[in-house]
Design a binder for this molecule. Structure first.
Ligand code: Z5A
Length: 203
């Protein structure tokens, strides 16, 4: 028995963490056994990597890409693969497409090069469905306003977020069967309805 793997993606402030929680709850209401994870994190190693990679110390784009890939490899080995093997559903708040959009596209390392670096660690594991919450970076900035802490990557400002938003569109064009862009504008319930329609229509 193999479970189902869904990832939620988007720029910081797109609302994907909120929608990941709502999706996991909706799937549980339908009787599914759901594991909810976030990246980077979800394992002791992943949380330690999170501290380093989002901390204040500057790092090269490739160092950043390898750190995210290391955290992801551990999450797949410890949590995602075992859950799917038990027939559970996995809802991930970010997965490989974050690396493709942020490091591959926005940092200029190349989507295919970053995918290749990640490939051994995830052992071919990809989401069955990836939903990207597409939002104008200005609107995402408004949603983030008033939130306390800012991490090193978020601190780089709107220019990076705009490159990331373009990167996600490029990723969606590159993997059209798996990656679906949906508008993130509207109320929480309106966006949730789009997420559910995408899940029901594609799985
Ligand atoms: N990163 C990377 O570069 N490469 C990788 O491979 C990976 C990650 C895995 C992780 O930061 C950082 O690491 C991130 C990408 C990079 N950096 N940046 N920039 P994180 O995990 O700390 O945070 P995040 O994932 O970027 O975002 P977040 O804080 O979880 O925000 P969000 O998921 O985009 O949005 P939210 O928390 O659901 O909502 C934000 C606010 O908007 C909140 O107050 C909500 O109540 C509100 N909201 C949400 N939806 C709506 C609607 N529909 N209307 C109005 N208000 C809303």
């Amino acid at each position: 028995m193999t479970g189902t793997f869904i990832s939620l993606e988007g720029v910081d402030g797109s609302g994907k963490s909120t929608q990941a929680v709502m999706l996991a709850e909706a799937l549980r209401d339908r009787g599914h056994d759901v594991v909810h994870v976030r990246e980077p994190g979800g394992t002791p190693l992943g949380e330690a990597v999170r501290e380093v990679v989002l901390g204040p110390d500057p790092m090269s784009p490739w160092a950043e890409a390898f750190l995210f890939a290391a955290a992801r490899a551990q999450l797949v080995a410890d949590i995602i693969d075992p859950a799917l093997a038990e027939g559970r559903w996995v809802v991930a708040d970010r997965f490989i497409d974050s690396s493709l959009a942020y490091q591959g596209a926005a940092r200029g390392l190349g989507i295919h090069q970053v995918a290749a670096v990640n490939a051994p660690g995830i052992g071919g594991r990809l989401p069955d469905l990836t939903i990207v919450l597409d939002i104008a970076p200005g609107a995402a900035t408004d949603r983030r306003a008033g939130r306390g802490s800012v991490d090193r990557i978020e601190d780089e400002g709107d220019a990076l977020q705009e490159s990331v938003a373009r990167g996600y569109r490029e990723v969606a064009r590159e993997y059209p069967d798996r990656v679906h862009l949906i508008p993130a504008a509207g109320t929480l319930d309106e966006v949730h309805a789009r997420v559910m329609a995408t899940v029901i229509g594609n799985l």
